[in-house]
Design a protein around this ligand. Structure first.
Ligand code: E4P
Length: 218
């Protein structure tokens, strides 16, 4: 399973990239606004900080402008994935950009039928939003399971299932059990995966016993 981080904070991205475990980054207009930075500047920095795909989202809603924006964003770096919303114009843009060889991430997916449309439009990634479905008492993980099963029926679909709107480590583990290709994870949730109280306790005991031996490895 690939791990992307869902943020436009370059400091967090660099720190996570240093672990060697980061496979890509997703951003959206809300995350860009939260960063308080210039869109092109921050996307350029992120695309240089990681080797994997960096999702940068269009802001237009009509096909012509979306396509022009998508082409401009794709020109920033080879690892840009243009993010488009799951609308009629968004999917038309997806088809055009993917035909040009540009990676496209189709975002704001809330049904398996929408995911089928994105795959048919040549999307590299489909982003179903788990947390936002759970927020309205619907079954986010059920959607992931459904999309993974449907895509598995059609080996010609090459679209990767990118689990988005993740709220907790449990969402990641369940996604992995279902065979989702990618999880895009908020930084705090990603860091929390490293933690376990028994790891801390066990390490403290090993270090204390090692000290008693009076030996040194180097
Ligand atoms: C996906 O690419 C989105 O940026 C993101 O996962 C949305 O998450 P949210 O529902 O926490 O805003």
């Amino acid at each position: 399973m690939k791990f992307f981080v869902d943020t436009a904070d370059i400091g967090e991205i660099r720190e996570l990239a240093d672990t060697g475990l980061l496979d890509g980054v997703t951003t959206n207009p809300s995350l860009i606004a939260k960063s308080g930075r210039d869109f092109f500047e921050v996307i350029t920095e992120i695309s240089q900080a990681v080797e994997g795909p960096v999702s940068a989202e269009v802001a237009a809603t009509d096909f012509d402008t979306m396509l022009a924006e998508g082409r401009k964003l794709a020109g920033i770096a080879d690892n840009i994935a243009v993010k488009v919303p799951l609308t009629r114009a968004g999917l038309k843009t997806c088809k055009a950009l993917s035909g040009d060889g540009v990676k496209v991430n189709v975002t704001l997916c809330f049904s398996a039928n929408q995911a089928i449309l994105a795959a048919k439009a040549g999307a590299s990634f489909i982003s179903p939003f788990v947390g936002r479905l759970d927020d309205i008492a619907m079954d986010g993980m059920g959607l992931i399971e459904d999309i993974c099963n449907v895509y598995a029926n059609y080996p010609k679909f090459t679209t990767e299932v990118l689990v988005a709107s993740i709220r907790s480590p449990k969402d990641i583990l369940e996604s992995a059990r279902m065979g989702a290709d990618v999880a895009t994870i908020p930084p705090n949730v990603l860091w929390s995966l490293f933690e376990h109280p028994l790891t801390d306790k066990g390490l403290a005991a090993f270090l204390s016993d090692w000290k008693k031996t009076g030996q040194s490895i180097l």
